[in-house]
Design a protein around this ligand. Sequence first.
Ligand SMILES: Nc1ncnc2c1ncn2[C@@H]1O[C@H](COP(=O)(O)OP(=O)(O)OP(=O)(O)O)[C@@H](O)[C@H]1O
Ligand SMILES: [Mg+2]
Length: 259
Amino acid sequence: MINKARAGGSPPPAVRAEDLRVARGGAEVLKGLDFAVPRGSVTGLLGPSGCGKTTLMRAIVGAQARVTGTLEVLGLPVGSAPLRPRLGYVTQAPSVYLDLTVRQNLDYYAAVLGIPRADRAAAVGAALDDVDLETHADALAANLSGGQRSRVSLAVALLGTPELLVLDEPTVGLDPVLRRSLWDLFHRLAAERGATLLISSHVMDEADRCQRLILMRAGRVLAEGPPGELRERTGTDTIEDAFLHLVADDQRREEVRTS
Ligand SMILES: Nc1ncnc2c1ncn2[C@@H]1O[C@H](COP(=O)(O)OP(=O)(O)OP(=O)(O)O)[C@@H](O)[C@H]1O
Ligand SMILES: [Mg+2]
């Protein structure tokens, strides 16, 4: 019975968490999360600064210590060695080598990923094309704008054609045109390659660009589901209002718990 869905060919979710907890600096910063991220979706991870988005993403890519509970990624326990090439992660502070050109940065990471030498130029060219940076391929990373540099990091994450892309606030500080083109790219990656994208933001106006949302506050998941469903469930017109409504509900429950 348990294996019925798998036997029918439907793969496990991209991420599945049950009672996921993380301690940092002596405090519990993720306090028992339960959620799933379906494959092939663009899922937004939204919540105020400090609520635990980066910690959760680090846990999902296997870079976070002191994780307890269940956390499965692409059907495997988090941190399993075979997951490594199947994941792409762009950190909140993108890291590129400033003394290398954009193409040299990508060549270097392609080698680290183990892409055979004969295939590297094509892989680098495709990643440059994805993020629309071909015209800057031979510029030193040090001479790029902040937005261009974050697109180099995104290109690095795309090099291995990962099944799950974890992007920590990839659109922060970008102009509206660039933000739009990146969201278009995210949806293309999901639709054309079947990739799953988990994208964090603390800007609620990006919520409606996602197919699904996980709303977080203070180390907990407040709600998850498609944006329309969350608005409907809370009787609100915007995700910002839905979030405030859910926070108020949560606070009422907390008062009942502690009274
Ligand atoms: N290295 C650390 N040691 C101890 N506590 C930490 C450390 N890094 C983060 N924290 C704490 O963990 C909590 C969650 O931080 P996290 O960086 O995951 O939040 P975030 O939602 O990504 O915030 P932001 O939107 O500002 O990036 C915060 O309370 C933070 O103070
Ligand atoms: Mg963060």
